[in-house]
Design a protein around this ligand. Sequence first.
Ligand code: GRG
Length: 302
Amino acid sequence: MNDPDRSPTFADWMRHIQQRTETALAALLPEPSITPERLHAAMRYAVLGGGKRVRPLLAHAAGELAGAAPGNVDRAACAVELIHAYSLVHDDMPCMDDDVLRRGKPTVHVEYDEATALLVGDALQALAFQVLAETPICDAPAAQLAMLARLAAAAGSRGMAGGQAIDLAAVGRQLGRAELELMHIHKTGALIRAAVLLGAHCGHGLGADELERLDHYAKVVGLLFQVVDDILDAEADTATLGKTAGKDAEQNKPTYVSLLGLTDARRLAEEMLVDARATLAPFGARAARLGALADYIVHRAF
Ligand code: GRG
């Protein structure tokens, strides 16, 4: 099969999107030979050669549903992934989670230094908006402005950065389910939701009702991602026979598993998957990849 877009398997399609995202990101990031060389090398170190590219996969699957040109979706997908990469660099810093490994290699502040890591995050965030603004990627300039506004809101104090602030304020405090959900809707969910909606807005094939339906799917999947992340962390702890408590437990951070227990957290993930799939049902086969992505997000855990 020469055209991976027509591949019969979801796994082939995933590999294809991951590869084209890697190529697009490599082209958009400044070369390390350009001044300031060290900053540019660190930006490429933070972004390239790792990560599941879940957000670009969601953007492409939603773009496909909306009849978008894949070349246009690449830009939206890369913009979201650059914001995600910046958030990981800053999240790993000593003033936040203080992690030394990310994607199997030393974190940016360990490989370079703290000041460089701070600047890498700043520069990646700026690059994300440049990538989204500098080329027309949808039918109307007003629609592209709306995409910029949506990404800014998803990244800012009422989205991801706000979620991180809620998370920091929650350390050592017992959170209820509603508070935990609010934190994750902001911290992880907002950017995942933006990935789906930006992908869809690169096309013009969806009506208002369909966009609303897609938005519901995006919200469910954004939260589902975090529930599964908590399950994966708890399972990793169990696999090491309780010898390590895991970062969240160590820092006394609330998780779905600490709140509900592993069995009920798994049940919740399965229920959310049913909700996501039922939301897509009226789209029929056109939403097959979005459905398969929801499955992938859940079943990488079990
Ligand atoms: C520092 C402003 C600021 C925000 C940080 C999203 C976030 C907020 C921090 C990430 C911390 C974290 C590990 C959260 C758990 C869920 C999550 C986002 C995991 C990492 O995302 P993946 O699994 O990572 O998509 P890859 O490496 O595959 O890209």
